[in-house]
Design a protein around this ligand. Structure first.
Ligand code: ADP
Length: 476
């Protein structure tokens, strides 16, 4: 049984829930103590008490702790990868890559702790000195989704700590194992008590308690748009800053001049790897006329050949869907797309594997139009649709015809169209001849329009959200 972490103490509670493997629902990985309102309040109190001390800690101390934690995460790549694959369902190589990403984020942000530069500026008043520095925000609430159980917590927690904030962390209900390991590693790396607190539990109780508490100065959230808007609305009365990542409906444009094999590989990866459960997944494949039929045939063949199975089986290419609720949502969207005129060209069937799990064959739906629900709402599963367009101009217009704006991709050999797309695609991240999913850990991550709100995550730019600017004037 894994406890909570509050004020440096391992806290157990009477309410414990099992962590179930989506590849085999008879496999219970562990059980986890659940926080309620009381534990959430204790965690916020502990973070508030630790905040002044941690804000005054030096850059060397913050660096060393994050560095030690990053080194341990990297050293335990396979073990943590197995846990992650087992609790979330992505295949082991993807899970290990995610663990590596988390480790590298910790190391990068350890370096950021040392790069806390300010500015000294002569005042317009003679003899006066102006200094512009950055200060921690205070207690930060971190609320994360299930699809990246260690990377997303790491990319929020590491910069929060590097810049001197204390943290109350509520992971997603479905993936408490990776969250516990990350917090345990950071705690053992030397964080003072109360600087990082883990409160595993339901969003409606523990998450809501974080949102309702005026001591929480900032909330960084990744999840659904609906919950994101709730985070923003609940934060407004407190004047609290929020950072929201809320998914996408990401387009991949394939132009006539694209290298066919490469474009098919890019679409396959972007749409279906990690079971399509990535907010950066390519869910709308927008294909120009002259290549459309060849592209669809080749992609349908590759999709049908994908091996779906247990996340830990080395032969598996696509793991299970995360749980029965998500599986039902995927199946419903496939039915809606067909009812509105789409053609199910490959997959979309519930599968029986050797163990009971949430298995769905990746679905490719063709002959869809931009107004269909399948092209407007986020599915968050191994489901992609194809939209046929005349030319580049129509492709760009359709790509931008969405309330979301996280990533956008284009496959083309034309410098002219690639350059134009980078400029005009309404998305925070644009990919040329690369899958829409799969980003670096040392550069900004985030979207435009309905996908994101607030400053960017990751890279150097993470400092924007996790600090506030102080302007000091000194007269001689
Ligand atoms: P997903 O569909 O990815 O599960 P959610 O938005 O439901 O997206 O969940 C993302 C995170 O938000 C999870 O950690 C969840 O527990 C949390 N959450 C859900 N409801 C609330 C709420 N009312 N207040 C705060 N957090 C919440």
């Amino acid at each position: 049984m894994k406890p909570l972490l509050i004020g440096g103490d391992r806290v157990t509670t009477s309410h414990v829930v099992p962590n179930v493997n989506p590849s085999d629902t008879e496999d219970v990985i562990d059980s986890h103590a659940q926080a309620g309102r009381a534990e959430a309040q204790q965690a916020i109190a502990a973070a508030a008490e630790a905040a002044p001390g941690w804000a005054m800690s030096g850059p060397q101390e913050r660096h060393d702790i994050l560095h030690r934690a990053g080194a341990e995460v990297l050293a335990r790549e396979e073990e943590l990868g197995r846990l992650l694959a087992r609790e979330e369902g992505k295949i082991l190589p993807e899970a290990m890559a995610e663990v590596r990403r988390a480790g590298n984020i910790l190391l990068f942000q350890a370096g950021e702790a040392l790069r806390q530069y300010g500015e000294a500026i002569p005042s317009v008043r003679p003899g006066v000195l102006v200094e512009v520095t950055r200060a921690p925000v205070g207690v930060v609430g971190i609320i994360t989704p299930w699809n990246y159980p260690i990377a997303i917590p790491a990319w929020k927690i590491a910069p929060a700590l590097a810049h001197g904030n204390t943290v109350v962390f509520k992971p997603a209900e479905l993936v408490p194992g990776s969250a516990w390991e990350l917090c345990d590693i950071l705690h053992r790396a030397g964080l003072p008590d109360g600087v990082l607190n883990l409160v595993t539990g339901p969003g409606s109780v523990v998450g809501q308690e974080i949102l309702d508490d005026p001591r929480v100065a900032a909330v960084s959230f990744t999840g659904s748009q609906q919950t994101g808007h709730r985070v923003a609305a609940a934060s407004l009365p407190h004047g609290r800053r929020v950072q929201l990542e809320m998914g996408g409906k990401n387009p991949l444009v394939v132009l006539d001049d694209a290298d066919l094999d490469r474009a098919v590989g890019i679409a396959l990866d972007g749409a279906f790897f990690s079971t399509g459960q990535r907010c950066t997944a390519s869910s709308r494949l927008i294909v120009t006329e002259a290549i459309h039929d060849r592209f669809v045939s080749a992609l349908a063949e590759r999709v049908a050949a994908l091996r779906v199975g247990d996340a830990l089986d080395p032969a598996t290419e696509i793991g299970p869907v995360v749980d029965s609720i998500q599986l039902q949502q995927d199946v419903d969207y496939i039915a809606i797309a067909r009812a509105q005129g789409g053609t199910l060209r490959a997959g979309g069937e519930l599968l029986r594997c050797s163990r009971p799990g949430h298995y769905l064959s990746p679905a490719l739906i063709t002959e869809t139009t931009p107004q269909m629900r399948i092209n407007r709402e986020e599915v968050f599963g191994p489901v992609a649709s194809v939209i046929r367009v005349r030319d580049y101009d129509e492709a760009l217009a359709v790509a931008n015809d969405t309330e979301f704006g996280l990533t956008a991709g284009i496959c083309t050999q034309s410098l002219k169209y690639a350059s134009d797309f980078k400029r005009k695609a309404q998305a925070g991240m644009v990919m040329v001849n690369l899958p829409t999913a799969g980003v670096d850990y040392h550069v900004p991550f985030g979207g435009s329009k309905g996908s994101s709100f607030g400053p960017r995550e990751q890279g150097r730019q993470a400092v924007e959200f996790f600090t506030t600017i102080k302007t000091a004037y000194t007269a001689p």
